[in-house]
Design a protein around this ligand. Sequence first.
Ligand code: 3HC
Length: 295
Amino acid sequence: MELEDINTVAVLGAGNMGHGIAEVAAMAGYDVTMRDIKEEFVQNGYEQIEWSLNKLAEKDQLSQDEADAALERVTPLVDMAEAVADADVVIEAVPEQMEIKKDVYQELEEHANDEAIFATNTSSLSITELAEVTERPERFCGMHFFNPPVRMDLVEVITGAETAEETLETIEELAEDFGKTPVRVHKDSPGFIVNRILVPLMNEACWLVSEDEATIAEVDSTTKYGMGLPMGSFELGDQVGNDVSYHVLDYMHEVLGAAYEPAPLLEEKVENEELGKKTGKGFYDYENGGVDIPT
Ligand code: 3HC
């Protein structure tokens, strides 16, 4: 499959990442199907795309006509067969748990076009292990976007043990066509590059607070104003989603060892379903004041 052969992109998962990836693909002119397991999930994702496109139009980052046309190109669906029947590339962005993703790939393989490329937006899991569930490991790779996809430039393109060079090249070209900058990750290791560095940083911030060595406000002031990150570490955690950070760490802990043990504060947030912006509360309370980082 070459870039010129790609007309339709299916995105599996309409959550934070899925809807953002669908938006980016539609803005680049592709026909997009966005599939999730419940009607309310796909509708919610679709409304977030609409909100985001209108916001970009308000800020003159695209015209209102372009925003409307991009939205028109997105078809929200619940039926897997319908969602992937015509897809040339399927980008999977379902929850960051190996068993959930494997089940999705089994179902996907039954319905997808034989030539289609499967690209997973996993944040950490083994590309090789996921590819083994399918009958096309040579047409399977990682295509890892960053949150929020519409604003973040980078896409990690990750090779699995059997990924064909042609697949990687096509997905790199597709990322460029989406207006992104692809970076090839040549080794399929937990968390790849960005999350191997970033998620332990966010976890260490949680350890500092768990062990009463710093407050959330102190950590976010230092990470934002001292270390020059665009957001405080906890603010970023709330943006990414505490469940996502937790699952990434849990996997890195299992595969790489003790240094990656999730901090009690992070576990507590996940247990209490305080997952960040998407649930209205995480480290900050978005219904009562939101992020407040003292300078
Ligand atoms: N679409 C459209 N507009 C959006 C938006 C979206 N998806 N998300 C936010 N905005 C809007 C806001 O509503 C706000 O609008 P307003 O000004 O009208 O209130 C505006 O954008 C905020 O933009 P600003 O220009 O004020 O903000 P910044 O220039 O500071 O940029 C940012 C925002 C790009 C998100 C920046 O803060 C940033 O780079 N943060 C770090 C993000 C990051 O590191 N992401 C990677 C996380 S790791 C990851 O995702 C991997 C995963 O596997 C875990």
